[in-house]
Design a protein around this ligand. Structure first.
Ligand SMILES: [Zn+2]
Length: 300
């Protein structure tokens, strides 16, 4: 009888402890799908993670819904991209003064960034397209989460190390794929200027029809200028982006056609948002591989 009682007490003690641990998990909110994927890889089961933006969502134009404000108010840490990528959320973050808001871009040395006159930050915010930057962002997330939950530091560091290794093998794989495309064929024409860091890292000339932000629409002149460039450089394919309406790229294709030339639409790239959750392209690594395969296959 006594033994049973002790056993029962032990069970109760342990279940209470477990419940306490669950409740004590930190609430972490992230903005873009790229950041959600990164933080999920590091924080794993130790955090309650909520991502605001889904697949196909354009962060430049994204406005916080009432539900988002609720999520943000219950957050212990908010990870966002920064450099004015989430242009319409800046105000909301400013109101969250008591919250810990962390811009992933803080991990980077600003003097190494690509400049831009489109953003209030004066920098191109599409930093995830340089894998070396994303490695720095990984270390930054490990550090931030370790400071917030010191007792799980070892786990965050182990997760970070594993993820860095995955990013290294991704980089090696992509370099091999891109090496099969002759240098003169490495011209990437897309809907908006999201791929400048990609171009710098992998030696592509990159031209976006819209400026760096989708908030500015491409004009007739931009279309004319770019279609002349496509013809002159014998570019075989141009690309739609999953988070930008495809009419801009279709207008460009039509303009090339009206001048008696052909350019195909090489596929849809994931630029400012990953693919659907639960699919390969729904992860940063899967997205990158898919993009590179799509680009190389269409331009060959
Ligand atoms: Zn963008």
């Amino acid at each position: 009888m006594k033994k049973t009682l002790i056993f029962l007490l032990l069970v109760i003690t342990f279940s209470c402890k477990n419940e306490k641990e669950t409740n004590e998990k930190l609430n972490v909110v992230t903005t873009t799908t790229m950041i959600t994927d990164l933080v999920k890889n590091i924080g794993s089961e130790h955090i309650n993670l909520k991502g605001l933006m889904g697949s196909g969502v354009d962060p430049h134009l994204y406005k916080a819904s009432e539900g988002d404000v609720t999520k943000l108010s219950s957050a212990d840490i908010i990870f966002y991209n920064g450099l004015h990528l989430e242009g319409k959320l800046v105000e909301v973050f400013e109101k969250m003064k008591n919250k810990k808001t962390v811009a992933v871009a803080e991990a980077l040395d600003k003097s190494t960034l690509i400049g831009s006159e489109y953003f209030a930050s004066n920098y191109d915010p599409h930093i995830w397209f340089d894998i070396d930057y994303w490695k720095l962002a990984t270390n930054f997330v490990v550090k931030t989460l370790s400071e917030a939950i010191p007792e799980k530091k070892t786990d965050f560091e182990t997760n970070g190390k594993t993820y860095l290794q995955k990013l290294d093998s991704l980089s090696d794989k992509l370099k091999k794929t891109i090496a099969t495309l002759p240098k003169e064929q490495r011209i990437l024409v897309t809907a908006h200027d999201a791929f400048n860091y990609f171009g710098k890292a992998f030696d592509f000339e990159v031209v976006g029809l819209q400026g760096l932000s989708t908030a500015t629409e491409a004009g007739v002149q931009d279309v004319q200028k770019l279609s002349a460039f496509i013809i002159e450089n014998k570019v075989k394919a141009i690309f739609v982006e999953s988070s930008v309406p495809k009419r801009t790229i279709e207008a460009l294709q039509a303009s090339v056609k009206s001048k008696g030339h052909e350019v195909t639409i090489g596929g849809t790239l994931f630029s400012d948002a990953l693919g659907n959750a639960g699919t390969v392209e729904g992860t940063y690594i899967g997205m990158f591989e898919y993009n590179v395969n799509t680009i190389v296959n269409a331009l060959k």
